[in-house]
Design a protein around this ligand. Structure first.
Ligand code: FES
Length: 322
């Protein structure tokens, strides 16, 4: 796994319950290119336990290469990732892994509609700053519980004054749905929509766009597998390892990755939450029960790939390219 030590150069409260972090490489080496929509893995060491791997979006503007900029929401119910990051101080050291981008801007889009709910603003910041710098058409709609939850106001303000950024504060779920319905009604030719935020917010956008938008023009960034999927009942099934000529049984409550490890087949993993794509494996036969937040709708429907850290099988036998 790619790992690199960083130091917290600056930490501040950018909104209620959200801290901003600027991280610089400990050895002073330069940062690589930063793509709008990209996220970075945080490898959070825990004494006596395997590290927690979490993904956070980069909020950098184009050309802002002196430090990585993140916004981290404190999630008291999380397994400790966000609480650990909130406890850091300026000068604290932490380790980052790979930078990935599953949420790129569509190069051929004629306009971009960015929809952010709460902490989902973070990837949108790098996208809107890049679109603004390139003079491309966009609108950002940012939904928050109250104005005190608006993060990175300084990065939004100029575009807000130009009418490109709209902040919707304090709407209830019905009002949020109504605004989203109006925004997503009748997509303009060549328009692409991007959505990041809490599960309910993203599900609402997914539901509205399913009726009117071509699937390839709507993009989602999820940082958690859909709990409606991961909570589904589990059946046992058999996984056949095609290249090795062997097979194993996956029991309810056991992941495919763990069953494979028992027969000596180690699959590379990182998040173990169906988010990062590290464990992506080719499916040769059978029907996966996709429970990840990584594959697109079209990729799921093709049934040719699976994230075995969380996904399972709908068919009694699943043949993998392993
Ligand atoms: Fe991240 Fe499987 S390890 S998706």
């Amino acid at each position: 796994m790619e790992r690199r030590p960083f130091v917290v150069r600056r930490k501040w409260e950018t909104a209620e319950g959200i801290c901003g972090l600027e991280l610089v490489p400990e050895d002073g080496s330069p940062l690589g290119d930063i793509e709008p929509g990209a996220h970075v893995e945080f490898i959070l060491e825990r004494p006596g336990l395997p590290p927690l791997v979490r993904q956070y979006s980069l909020c950098n503007a184009p050309g802002e290469r002196d430090a990585y900029v993140f916004g981290i929401k404190k999630e008291p119910s999380s397994r400790g990732g966000s609480l650990h990051l909130h406890s850091l101080n300026e000068g604290s050291r932490l380790v980052l892994g790979a930078t990935r981008n599953h949420f790129p801007l569509a190069a051929d889009a004629q306009s971009h509609l960015l929809l952010a709910g709460g902490i989902g603003i973070t990837p949108m910041l790098s996208m809107m700053q890049a679109l603004g710098a390139q003079g491309r058409r966009y609108e950002l709609h940012y939904f928050v519980r109250g104005s005190e939850h608006v993060a990175f106001k300084d990065r939004l303000e100029a575009a807000r004054q130009q009418g490109l950024v709209h902040i919707h504060a304090g709407l209830d779920p019905a009002q949020t749905r109504k605004v989203l319905q109006e925004l997503l009604d009748q997509p303009a030719a060549g328009a692409h929509a991007y959505c990041c935020g809490p599960g309910v917010f993203m599900d609402t956008v997914e539901e509205i766009t399913a009726a009117q938008w071509p699937a390839q023009q709507v993009h989602f960034e999820r940082f958690q597998a859909d709990t409606r999927l991961t909570a589904q009942p589990e059946q046992a099934f058999t996984v056949v390892l095609h290249k090795r000529g062997t097979q194993c049984q996956v029991e309810p409550g056991q992941s495919i990755v763990s069953a494979l490890a028992h027969v000596g087949c180690e699959v590379d993993t990182s998040c173990e939450q169906g988010v990062c794509g590290t464990c992506l494996t080719r499916v040769l036969e059978g029907t996966p029960d996709h429970r990840d937040a990584y594959l697109s709708k079209a990729e799921r429907q093709s049934n040719t790939q699976i994230l075995p850290c969380v996904s399972r099988s709908l068919s009694p036998v699943l043949v993998l390219d392993l």
